[in-house]
Design a protein around this ligand. Sequence first.
Ligand code: 4AZ
Length: 837
Amino acid sequence: MSSGVQFQPGERNGRHEQVTFLTNKEKMPSQRRGGCIAGVIVGLLVLGAIAGVLIYFFAVKPNKSSVGSVTSRQMDQTLVYSGHLVLDNIPYNKQLENPQSTAFIEMADKLEKMLWSTYKEDPLLSKYYNRSVISAFSEGSLIAYHWTQFVVPAAEQQVQSEITEQRVARALRTGIRQAGKELVVTSVTVSLTDPRMARNPRDDNCLFRLDANTDLQGFESPDYPNQYPPHTRCLWQIRGPPNSSIFLDFPDFNVEDDCANAFVYIYDSFSPDESRAITKKCGQRPPTNPLEVVSSGNLILVILISDSDIQKPGFNAEFRAIPKMTECGGVLEAPSGNFSSPYYPSFYPPNVECTWMIKVPQNLRIRVRFSMFRLKEPGVDVRVCHKDYVEVLGVKYCGERIQLAIGSTNNTLTVKFRSDGSHTDKGFLATYSAYDPKNPCPNQFTCASGICIKSQLHCDGWNDCGDMSDEVNCRCDKDQFVCANGMCKPLYWVCDRVNDCGDGSDEKQCSCTSKEWRCGDGTCIPREQQCNGQKECADGSDESNCQASTRTCTDFSFRCKNGECVNKVNAECDQENDCTDSSDEENCDCGVRPYKHNRIVGGVNADVGEWPWQVSLHFSTMNHVCGASILSSTWLLSAAHCFKSAQPDFLKPELWMTYSGMRDQQDMEEVQVRKVKRVLPHPSYNPMTYDYDIALLELAVPLEFSNTIHPICLPAATHVFPAGMSCWVTGWGTLREGGSVSRLLQKAEVKIINDTVCDVVTEGQVSSRMMCSGFLAGGVDACQGDSGGPLVCREESGTWFQSGIVSWGEGCARRNKPGVYSRVTKLRNWITEITGI
Ligand code: 4AZ
C-alpha cells in the first residue's frame, strides 16, 4: 500500500542511500545478516556514484550560471547531493510553506548550519563543501528538503570518485546524531543530483508554489506556446491537502528530443532526489499518448531544464488533488474480467502494492493476458525486477512486454503489483478468463499458459504461444531443419544469416573457411575478393564496408558531393560526418517522427503522427486507392501500377487527390489535401512483370511539414538493408485478401527476406528491382490498397529510410508468399534524375 513519504529500510535501488534510524533492538537482525549483502550494496553505491559522476561530467555538462559563482572557475566540478530529513520533534507550521516567511528563514538557517557542522566533521567533505540549502518543508513530522554542493577544483579531479553518496550519507548520519537535542532527525535520504536542478527558493525567479485542490488548475512552461528561453531552469512545487495525491497531466508536451539537453523531471518529493523520481521525459508527445502521472503523497515537483540552443514550445500542464488511494487489488470472482495498475493508462503512483485474487469455480482454471505491459525503469535488469514488478506464480515480470500470458495451475491465481519509491510508468492492463482444463481450447491448440491458438499454428515453426509451447516436441518433415530448441524450419533457411530458430542453431555450422569471406546472404567468397572493387557477393556486401580503402571509389561507395567516396555501410544521414564536405549529412531533415510513441501490445492501428510520411491517394470519385510517401514538400513516391492500369484515366494528374497527415479516412483534421501536377511512372515499368513498379507525383502546391506531415529519408543507392532486418509497412489496404479497405491507417512489422529465398518462393518472378519482405509463415503482409505505400526501416541512428514500395504478392499474408516490394536503392538514381532529391 502506498503511503505519503515512507522510510523503509532496505528500499535501496543501489543508487541512493537511505538511512533509517532504528532502535537497538530493531538493529540486531539486520546487523546479523552479514557483511556480504552490505558489501554488495556498498559496491553498488560506489559504482552508482561513480557512474553518476561520470554521467554528470560527460553528459550533463554543468552550466556555469546554474549553480552560483563557484563554478565559474573553469573546469571546477560541482557535485550536488539532495534528499530530505525527517525531524521528529518539530511541529509542522503552515508558514514554513513560504520561503520568504520568517519561520522558513529561521528554520532553514538552523538546518543549513547543522548540515555544515555535520559535513565539517568529515575531512574530505569539509574541504570541498560549498554550501547547503533547505529548499522546502512539508508535513508528516517535519520534512525538510535539502541539497548540498561540493566543488572540486580542476587540479584535484581524482577526488570526485571519493565524494560518494555513501560517504555523504554516512557523514550526515553521524553528524546529525551528534547534533544535539534540539533537532531530532529520524531519517535522511541522499542522492547524487544534477546541479542544474538544485535551486534556492529564497532567490529563485523561476520557482512556483502551487496549491492543489479538487479543481483542475494549470501552469505552463515560460513563454508557452512560444519557445521557452535557452538555459531555462524552472521548478513547480505542487502541494495538495494532507491525505491527497496529485494528479498531473500534460495536454501538450513538446520539449527537445535529446534528453541530455532538455527535459522535464517529475519527483514524488520536493527534492530533486533520484530515489524519489517519478519520471524524466523529453521529446514531443502526441495527443493520443499524453503524459499523466500520479504522486504517492500530497507533493509533486516538476522541473524544466533546457541547455541547448534548440528551443521548443514547452508544455502546458494541469493538476488537481485526488483522494489518496487507500486500496487497490481485490478479489475477482466473475468468470472473466479486466484489471489494471492504479490509474491506468496514467502512470501508476510510486510506493503502491496491490494484490488481485482471482477465484473461479473449483473445476476451472484461469488464464491472464496482458494487452499492455510497461514497467520500464532505468538501470533495472528485467530478469531480476528488483524495483517495480508484477508477480504471478512466484515469477516477477517487469520492463516492457509485448506478449505476456500466464495460466494458473488451479482455480485461483494471485497477481501482485508493486511499485517502489522511484520511477513509474504506464503499468499494465490485463484480462482474465476461466476455462475448463479438460477442454481448454475447443478445436484449437492450448499453449502452456492456457491461451488458445489456431491448430494450424501448432508446429508451424513459429512461436505463436509466446512461450514456445506450440513448437516443442514437433516432428519435423524431411525438408525441414530441426532446431536445437525443437522447432522445425525449412531446410533452405539454414545458413541464410537469419536466426530463424531463435536459438541461432540454424546459423551455427555455417562458417566459411579461414581463407574465405562470408557474404551477407551466407555465401562464401575467397577472402582476397573482399574489397577488391568488384562485386562478388550477390548483395554487394563484400564491397560495402571497406575500411582499408576509405577514400577509394567502388560501385558500393557512398559518393560525396565533392566526388570523394566513403566506404562505410549506410553513411548517409547517420549523424556522423563522413564526407569532408559533410554532404552525407545534408538533406537529412527526414525519417524522424516529431511525436514520441509508445508501443502498444498487438497494436495494428497506427498512432497519430506515427508514420508522418504516409499519404493516401484518392482517385476521382473513388475513395482511397493507393498509398504513397512524402519525399519533399512537392514530391511523393508511389507505385507505377497505381497509374498504369487498363484505364488510361489513371494517368491524369487532375483526377487524383493526395491526403497527407491522415490517419482516419473519415477525419480530415490536420490533413493537407493537395492536387497533383504531374504523374510520372517509371518509363521502364512493365505491367506484366511489375518490374520498375515506381512512380513519382509532383504536387500542385507544396506541403507544410508539421507533427503529422514529414518526409521519409531515401537511402543512397549503396544503402544495405540486410536480410532479417525488421521494417514496417503501412497503409489503408484491405485487412485480408478480398476484404474491404481499412478506415484507420494500419502498420505491420515485417522482415527483409534473403534474395535467394525470395527468388525460390516467388518461383523466379523477382527482378533485381524487387525485394521480398514479410514472414514465410504468413499472417503479416501488405494487401490490396497498400500498393504504392512505403516499407520503412529504422537505422541505428534512429532515422527511418524507405527500403521498398508496396508492389505485388500472391494473395496476402499467405504462407510462403511474402509481399514483393520495389527496391528503392535500385531505383534511387532515377528518383534523383527526376526530382533532384
Ligand atoms: C495489391 O493488389 C497487392 N501481399 C499489394 C500487396 C500485396 C498483394 C496485393 C502483397 O495491391
